[in-house]
Design a protein around this ligand. Structure first.
Ligand code: SDX
Length: 392
């Protein structure tokens, strides 16, 4: 049909859009949200402030942030019928599948399609999802352990209340421990956006057909679930557990990771963009030491992770391929130290990435991006005539 098509599997060398939200430099290991370094934001901001920054492009004033939080609280009630959908899932259902379904179901309970050109409608849609999503996250977790579902306490901070909804009973005071609150706040900031990764590109391409925000987010959750992407934080812990059960024999797993005939990969290592240390992994590694230390937890898994990291950083196969620990390598160790079940780790990643997905979806719609529709190189059969079944 004229013109030429360049094949680029996984879009390794394809820019899908122009964006003003997040800047990555993979060689230098730089990550900035709207120009602010991740190091500064993780240290000095809180998660709701960063969510505001990503979605609206500027750090909020105190009044703006207080109003944002109030509006989110007013929009945090989830229709009681959503609990019937939750009840229909078997306890063994993976929380990412439950969360993706419940997020898609929000469309049924909030049918208003968003006119993105209306600041007010877009703002209302943003506070609605930022209000309801943490409730779905908490309910998904509590349903698995048969614990009562509730809304926590409106007088608490955004992240404090998420912990309260997740751990309310029987660990009332536990959930308000400032060590947990600060750790979760920092982890959510570090996961908040990451330019055109697999799940964000999914949110953008689904939204490019003008499907609704909740439907686009639901698709993003499904993409994040994969073990090569956000599902890696759960896969890292399962790998570290396996190494621990195997007597801590990290050399055996390093060999498996380098054996081309073995599909095993060292989970939590490597990155499409970072060919240097993932700046988030650097911050999370320090936080893991602090959180476990503050909680008085001696977790052998952390020691195994550190020795695996040391081995990989000195291994020719990994060094040659520039495979460094990524955001998923240490995050699960903190979640585990906080008492979050392993199959909820990727749900926590989704909770952090939510503002990024919303922001990227909004930018794609405001810039009136065309519907995503890549081409292909056809390698199938040439034209052939139909053969009646009695002649096949
Ligand atoms: C996230 O994109 C993002 O920004 C994602 C993310 C975000 O914030 O949204 O940062 C979050 O998803 C982090 C990545 C989490 N995934 C994992 O930890 C899973 C393990 N890592 C990989 O599977 C892999 O490194 C990817 C998926 C992260 C990146 O894959 P690429 O860029 O497609 O690289 P590749 O598969 O082509 O690998 C290049 C080479 C290959 O060897 P050769 O064929 O050149 O001999 O490196 C090898 C691979 O076999 N390799 C690994 C490896 N990762 C790559 N070998 C062993 N263990 C690994 N982890």
């Amino acid at each position: 049909t004229g013109g030429f098509i360049t094949l680029d599997p996984g879009y390794k060398n394809t820019g899908s859009c122009e964006s003003a939200i997040t800047f990555l430099d993979g060689e230098k290991g730089i990550l900035r949200y709207c120009g602010y370094s991740i190091e500064e934001l993780a240290e000095k901001a809180d998660f709701l402030e960063v969510a505001f920054l990503l979605i609206f492009g500027e750090l909020p004033t105190k009044e703006e942030l207080d109003k944002f939080h109030e509006d989110i609280k007013k929009n945090s009630i989830v229709d009681e019928d959503v609990k019937k959908i939750l009840d229909a899932f078997p306890k063994a259902a993976h929380p990412m599948g439950v969360l993706s379904s419940l997020t898609s179901a929000l469309t049924a309970f909030n049918p208003t399609s968003v006119n993105v050109d209306s600041e007010e409608e877009m703002y209302n849609s943003v506070v609605r999802i930022l209000g309801k999503f943490p409730v779905l996250v908490a309910w998904t977790m509590r349903k698995k352990s048969g614990l009562p579902l509730d809304y926590g306490d409106k007088n608490l901070g955004y992240v404090e209340n998420i912990l309260k909804m997740m751990f309310k009973s029987p660990n009332e005071e536990y959930s308000q421990n400032p060590i947990l609150v600060n750790a979760l706040d920092k982890l959510l900031i570090l996961h908040a956006d990451h330019e055109q990764n697999c799940s964000t590109s999914t949110v953008r391409i689904v939204g490019s057909s003008h499907a609704g925000l909740f439907a686009s987010l639901s698709a993003g959750i499904s993409a994040l679930w994969g073990p090569l992407h956000g599902g890696a934080n759960q896969a890292v812990l399962e790998m570290l557990e396996a190494i621990k059960e195997d007597g801590g024999d990290t050399k055996k797993y390093m060999a498996k990771a380098k054996d081309k005939s073995d599909p095993f990969r060292l989970m939590g290592f490597g990155h499409r963009v970072y060919k240097n240390f993932d700046p988030r992994a650097r911050i999370i590694k320090v936080a893991a030491d602090e959180v476990l230390g503050d909680l008085g937890i001696e977790d052998p898994i952390l020691d195994i992770a550190k020795s695996l990291e040391q081995e990989a950083l000195n291994d020719e196969y990994f060094v040659k391929r520039k495979l460094y620990p990524n955001v998923d390598f240490y995050s699960g160790i903190i979640y585990r130290g906080m008492g979050i079940p392993t199959d909820m780790f990727t749900v926590m990643f989704a909770l952090g990435r939510l503002p990024g997905w919303i922001s990227q979806w909004r930018e794609m719609r405001l810039r009136k991006e065309p519907i995503g529709r890549p081409r292909q190189l056809y390698i199938g059969e040439r034209e052939r005539k139909f053969v009646p079944i009695n002649k096949r």
